[in-house]
Design a protein around this ligand. Structure first.
Ligand code: BGC
Length: 745
């Protein structure tokens, strides 16, 4: 088995591993000296300041905008950096800045830090560039993570990370709060679209590739990534953001921890903490999570940053600390290094007092400050606090745009295509309708030019779905009737009238972008107004092509049987509409695969890797798991067949060989997915779990035989003592409709 064939199966590829290896050579003995020398000179106040991160908003004058600039309160900024020794600043103020204005702001920050403070330690500035440098005007924007996951192409996650890092660093920002490595298994959750989907292996592979892309390069040429949010943030019991998670140790370690392990192995510089509570303890106050698990068990050595105001919230909302000072004591002793305070610098005062009173040993503070200074050092901030201006020359390159377009194309998932209604013939008369048809925010999603991404005025002039379809099919062929907004019917009669003149209806449904608390919903179903619009479309008798442009898999069982074709588009980004038009016209052969389970009804939100008990139905048949669209599904305009699955075991693990064929008449890409189940184990086995995958391009009629090895470590489980172990026994392997069994001793 060659290394190459293993690499092509779901790891980022040999060239990528080589590049990342080079990046790891960055640290020098010199760095250690500088850090230790500084630490020895620092006062307690200066140390506490390094651990303090404030938001730009704290130094900005109330929503006063002069064209694209906000008004910076330089005196407040100076007071924080010089008097409070604040070592880190985050965020934009309200809306994306131009690259030039970003550099002005960062220059102002760094000149105060390096010229007006005693030790001249540069500030580390941080931002959420979560799908491209989304707080910089004119940046290359990528599809959101859930779309990247739908490509099943880690190279794209790597490239998206790399471009994002270059464009973020070019404006002077060296630290990116990305990637989200939470596993998306609660479809109600407002941040579902920020995840790489529901499967721990897929999330791990994509998060690792993203970290490698973000951190690729030396010093000033890269950013520090931030894996977030440690841990089990994505599975709140209520589905609402920042509400309690209850989770057993086995599930925690088996499902939610692996992406963090993968990122740590890839050298992720920083990790952000989950804002919520897990099993009754806020993670920000949990020594068990932040020190025993993250540091001691997983071996993370980088910087741990809190999430927004989360030290204060130990007092104000979690109610585990009677004062903010006590909250500070709990969080620091639990293991945080930096507090995103973010509006006031009291945290630093509390740290100083707590150390003076003997409630926190100074050695604990030194540990955090050492990590923070090392991070600043490794990013080249001491040499070049602002980052080289020539980095702006590569801002928004054609190559980067091509990568975003490629990601959009590969991310569209064709889930149904009855009677091969798609692709649509040229000359087809189309009625385009629905609230996501002629709007940009849903195409980009939240974290686009503003936090919630809902201000259309901030968007660049890129085509909507309607624009792209009109460009491709011609003005004569495309008519548009809005039909409904997200939550109100506009005019269904107009839809009926227009439908009578059309050959097919492109029904664009979904939701307005949102994230975090503003994205909490009361019902996973699409809004009644949109279902009414869908019904009107169905009643016309014309084929209905449903395009879902949404944050999460909103349910639509009332109208589902009437949909002739269904496309999951998610938040495909600026090139999504073009890619969609190409798909509908047949120029693009779809290759996306669903990175989550699309449930039929709200009472059955079951992930594909369920336990056997979840299969048992009301009539005692094993038929309870019945999703609308399964994890990993997605159609092509050609057909694929899988054959000759041969599986054997040796000391290394499981050897697998399989043949994949394109049995249709046009070239296409199959995503080969290897699922494994252990037949019996000491803890209940999953029905199956994804262990490897790879995209395989096949010409019409072409066949390829693929070989791979699944190492034993891939076949381990978390036992009742919380240990990762291999338990010998029989394993099942499934690739598409091919299955085989193998015994491992
Ligand atoms: C979010 C984080 C984000 C931070 C800084 C928080 O509210 O939960 O994901 O990185 O804000 O913007």
């Amino acid at each position: 088995m060659s290394k190459q064939s293993v690499d092509s199966f779901g790891t980022p590829g040999a060239w990528l591993v080589a590049v990342a290896g080079a990046a790891l050579l960055g640290s020098t003995a010199f760095a250690q000296d500088r850090v230790e020398e500084l630490l020895a000179k620092m006062t307690l106040e200066e140390k506490a300041g390094q651990m303090t991160q404030m938001t730009l908003q704290a130094f900005s004058t109330e929503r006063e905008w002069v064209e694209t600039r906000h008004v910076l309160d330089v005196e407040a900024l100076r007071a924080a950096i010089v008097e409070k020794h604040v070592g880190s600043i985050l965020n934009q103020y309200d809306a994306a800045f131009t690259p030039e204005y970003w550099r002005e702001v960062i220059t102002q920050v760094q000149s105060i830090a390096t010229e007006e403070t005693r030790l001249g330690i540069p500030v580390i500035y941080a931002v959420d560039s979560v799908h491209g440098a989304n707080y910089v005007q004119g940046a290359t924007i990528f599809p959101q993570n859930l779309n990247l996951a739908a490509t099943w192409n880690p190279q794209l996650a790597y490239v998206a990370g790399y471009v994002t890092a270059q464009e973020t660093r070019a404006v002077g920002i060296p630290w990116n709060f990305s990637p989200v490595a939470d596993v998306g298994r609660m479809p109600l959750w407002s941040r579902f679209f920020e995840t790489f989907g529901e499967d721990p292996h897929l999330v791990s592979v994509m998060a690792e590739a993203s970290v490698r892309g973000l951190q690729d390069g030396e010093g000033t040429q890269r950013v520090a990534a931030c894996g977030k949010h440690f841990v089990a943030y994505s599975i709140p019991r209520s589905g609402k953001d920042r509400t309690p998670t209850q989770i057993g140790e086995i599930e925690l370690l088996d499902t939610y921890v692996p992406p963090f392990e993968a990122m740590i192995a890839a050298g992720v510089d920083t990790i952000m903490v989950n804002s919520g509570e897990v099993n009754g303890v806020p993670v920000h106050a949990s020594y068990e999570m932040l020190t025993e698990l993250l540091r001691e068990r997983l071996g993370f050595e980088g910087v741990v940053v809190t999430d927004w105001e989360d030290v204060i919230k130990l007092n104000s909302i979690h109610k585990v600390a009677e004062s903010e000072k006590e909250a500070t004591r709990q969080a620091v002793l639990a293991g945080i290094d930096m507090s995103m305070v973010p509006l006031k610098a009291d945290f630093a005062d509390h740290v100083v007092e707590l150390v003076r009173e003997g409630a926190i040993p100074e050695s604990r503070i030194d540990q955090s400050v050492r990590r923070i200074l090392k991070l600043k050092e490794s990013l080249g901030l001491f040499e070049e606090p602002i980052s080289p201006p020539d980095m702006l020359e590569n801002f928004r390159s054609d190559r980067a745009a091509d990568a975003s377009l490629a990601a959009a194309r590969e991310s569209l998932v064709l889930l149904r295509n009855e009677g091969s209604v798609l692709p649509l013939a040229q000359g087809s008369r189309l009625l385009v309708t629905g609230p996501t048809a002629d709007a940009l925010p849903p195409v980009y999603g939240a974290w686009s030019f503003s936090w919630q991404g809902v201000e259309p005025g901030l968007y660049p002039d890129t085509p909507t779905v309607l624009d792209a379809l009109t460009a491709r099919f011609g003005e004569q062929s495309v008519s548009y009737v809005p039909g409904a907004s997200f939550d109100a019917v506009i005019d269904l009669d107009a839809v009926r009238t227009a439908a009578a003149q059309a050959d097919a209806i492109v029904l664009c449904l979904g939701e307005s972008p949102s994230t975090e608390k503003p994205g909490d919903i009361e019902d996973l179903s699409l809004e009644p107004a949109q279902l009414a619009l869908a019904q009107a479309a169905i009643d016309s008798g014309k084929p209905v092509i449903l395009v879902l442009i949404a944050n999460r898999p909103r349910l639509f069982h009332e109208v589902e049987p009437g949909m002739t074709a269904v496309i999951w588009a998610g938040h495909p980004g600026p090139f999504g509409p073009q890619a969609l038009a190409e798909l509908l016209s047949g120029d693009l052969n779809p290759s996306g695969r669903l990175p989550f389970t699309y449930s039929r009804r709200s009472g059955s939100l079951i992930t594909y890797d369920r336990k056997w008990t979840e299969d048992l139905g009301t009539t005692f048949q094993m038929d309870a798991y019945n999703p609308l669209f399964t994890f990993g599904s997605g159609l092509s305009y050609t057909t694929f067949a899988t054959s000759d699955l041969v599986v054997s075991a040796d000391a290394e693990g499981v050897q697998i060989s399989v043949t994949v064929s394109n049995t249709g008449d046009r070239a296409g890409t199959e995503v080969v997915q290897v699922y494994v189940n252990q037949e019996y184990a000491s803890v209940t086995p999953h029905v199956e779990r994804l262990k490897a995958f790879g995209r395989v391009d096949l010409g019409a009629g072409e066949s390829r035989t693929l070989n791979l090895v699944l190492p034993r470590e891939q076949l381990t489980l978390i036992n009742r003592k919380g240990e990762r172990v291999f338990e010998p026994g029989w394993f099942g392997v499934r690739i598409a409709d091919q299955t085989a069994r193998v015994e491992l001793r």
